[in-house]
Design a binder for this molecule. Structure first.
Ligand code: SAH
Length: 253
């Protein structure tokens, strides 16, 4: 059966105003929505739409289900929060394509970007990512913790601001404290760090402190954490990072 397609769409950080028109159009045209059940629940029910909610830990199975439906002629949207390419379903779909039947490689697959948590958080805080930065997933579900520690040290030594996703869960309560200890050692106690929880949702909470004041309990799985670079500063109630560094003395090497 032809005519099927698969879109992997980002629903943004939570506020419906931050869902792109492109994603809205794909959802309006879909026969099936596939994803982690709280994200699927964000898509309104309507006649002709089948919603397939699943648990969070079965990404590749979910991708395989979506690809199978699209190969059978359905119009399928796989939903992620934020952006689908950032620690989310887009890569899982391509992994499933690589491991799956040859015919899946010819499917019409489109990745529809969304506003990722760190960008929404940065915008609410001011402009903490205004210079070079990197994003690190602090979960060790898909990589060894030693890799996380190494990347934190290297990013700190590189002078990068950093955004941390999946900072602290009940399953791994101690690692975020270990991450903060590394950052204090590498960046010093005065470096600014912001905790942005439930960004753009009704319970949004923003808190900026120094690394000396940062406590592991300030983060959970609904928080994205933004660490400034050596130049990041406050101006009024905003936090920003200047666009230049090291031009007139100071700054990173
Ligand atoms: N694809 C998503 C990220 C998935 S990983 C994106 O692009 O945003 C899940 C992590 O994203 C959470 O643990 C948290 O660190 C972060 N996150 C997602 N939405 C958030 C929000 N509204 N507020 C704060 N953090 C959020």
């Amino acid at each position: 059966m032809s005519g099927g397609w698969l879109a992997v769409a980002g629903l943004g950080p939570g506020d419906e105003a931050l869902v792109t028109p492109e994603v809205r159009a794909a959802l309006a045209d879909a026969t099936d929505v596939v994803g982690y059940f709280p994200y699927v629940a964000r898509v309104a029910e309507r006649p002709g739409l089948v919603r397939h909610g699943s648990d969070n830990r079965v990404e590749v199975d979910r991708a395989g289900l979506a690809l199978g439906l699209a190969a059978g002629g359905r119009r399928v949207v796989v939903v992620s929060s934020g952006d689908p390419g950032i620690f989310a379903m887009a890569s899982a779909v391509f992994e499933a394509v690589e491991a799956g039947p040859e015919g899946w490689r010819d499917l019409d697959i489109r990745i529809l970007p969304g506003i990722t948590a760190m960008l929404a958080a940065a915008a609410r805080l001011g402009a903490p990512l205004g210079h070079d930065f990197c994003a690190i997933n602090l979960s060790d579900n898909l990589k060894p913790w030693a890799v996380v520690e190494h990347r934190l040290r290297m990013a700190a030594r590189g002078g990068f601001a950093m955004a941390f996703y999946n900072p602290r869960s009940n399953a791994r309560p101690h690692q975020f404290g270990a991450a903060l200890a590394i950052l204090r050692e590498e960046c010093g106690p005065g470096r600014l760090i912001s905790f942005a929880r439930d960004v753009t949702r009704p319970d949004q909470r923003l808190e900026t402190v120094t690394l000396a004041e940062a406590r592991p309990e300030m983060a959970d799985m609904r928080t994205v954490v933004i660490l400034g670079n050596a130049e990041t500063r406050r101006v009024g109630r905003y936090v920003y990072t200047p666009r230049s560094v090291g031009l007139v003395g100071g700054g990173a090497p």
